[in-house]
Design a protein around this ligand. Structure first.
Ligand SMILES: NC(=O)c1ccc[n+]([C@@H]2O[C@H](COP(=O)([O-])OP(=O)(O)OC[C@H]3O[C@@H](n4cnc5c(N)ncnc54)[C@H](O)[C@@H]3O)[C@@H](O)[C@H]2O)c1
Length: 263
């Protein structure tokens, strides 16, 4: 693959001021695209766009507001002359806690950003793409969309819904040459997840390497390119094998505790 595989294309990256968004915007620009960094955080967003140079422009956008999503699409078209790629990446997390202790106060906010924001972004981008030769939409869910787990019920539910909505929208938009895919990264060290990765790598992730925002960025560039022309409606893990199954160290732990029990 050449480095200019997205030459002349225009992209919107929502949540573009965050760690994954920024890395992806940079990779898209390296691949030849121009990028609208769409984020609710104007200070960080302006800074990221300035760092990325003339291939980037910031547009303040709250993805949970349909009019603001439309305004971001209109901005991309007027500033850079079109819209070929929508990366619906903006998302918010929540405090880890047990389900029975959750006051559910942030349920609507999480759904508004993580789910409605993705659906709104897809619809408004697709309305433009439909009349302009098609396009690509990529939705950033999470491993939480696939693997069930303790706590974070609103977050997990919002991300599971993103994966399902992606498939539905992919079917609906396919006749217009619009591909819609979902990515499900596992733990990546960023602003919203600052875990100690060691136990994750040893007992949960078969690949012993730590994920970075660039792993997501590279996947987005591939899915956006013609190399992925036959790919739509997929939910693609970027998780070092975590959803495939537990690594050998976990199996060893079970075997040794069973052996200890036998005496
Ligand atoms: N970091 C991880 O381990 C991980 C794993 C799986 C999925 N994800 C997903 O990746 C996406 C990006 O997360 P990140 O890790 O870069 O976190 P981050 O906090 O660094 O970035 C999130 C960005 O979204 C922006 N944002 C929040 N609400 C918004 C709104 N209403 N409208 C527009 N922008 C808004 C924030 O200002 C921030 O810049 C999220 O959807 C997240 O759920 C992250």
């Amino acid at each position: 693959m050449g480095t200019q595989q997205l030459d002349g294309q225009v992209a919107i990256v929502t949540g573009g001021a965050g760690d994954i968004g920024r890395a992806t915007a940079a990779a898209l620009i390296t691949a030849g695209a121009r990028v609208v960094v769409a984020d609710v955080d104007a200070t960080k967003g302006e800074q990221v766009a300035a760092e990325l140079g003339e291939g980037a422009a910031f547009h303040q956008t709250d993805v949970s507001d349909l009019d603001q999503v439309q305004a971001a699409v209109d901005f991309a078209v007027s500033r850079f002359g079109g819209l070929n790629l929508m990366f619906n990446n903006a998302g918010i997390g929540t405090e880890m806690g047990r389900f029975l202790d959750d006051d559910l106060a942030d349920f609507s906010k999480i759904m508004g950003v993580n789910l409605f924001g993705v659906i709104a972004g897809t619809q408004r981008a697709a309305r433009h793409m439909k009349d302009h030769g098609g396009g690509v939409i990529i939705n950033n869910a999470s491993i939480a969309a696939i693997n069930a787990g303790v706590g974070l019920i609103s977050y997990r539910s919002s991300k599971a819904a993103v994966a399902h909505a992606t498939k539905c929208m992919a079917i609906d938009l396919a006749p217009y040459g619009i591909r819609v895919n979902c990515i499900t990264p596992a733990h990546i060290k960023t602003g919203i997840t600052n875990y100690d990765m060691a136990p994750v790598l040893k007992y949960m992730q078969p690949l012993r390497r730590e994920a970075t925002p660039d792993d997501v960025a590279n996947t987005v560039v591939f899915l956006a390119s013609d190399q992925a022309a036959q790919i739509t409606g997929v939910v693609l893990p970027i998780d070092g094998g975590t959803t495939a199954g537990v690594p050998f160290a976990t199996t060893q732990l079970i075997m040794s505790s069973a052996a200890a029990k036998r005496g």
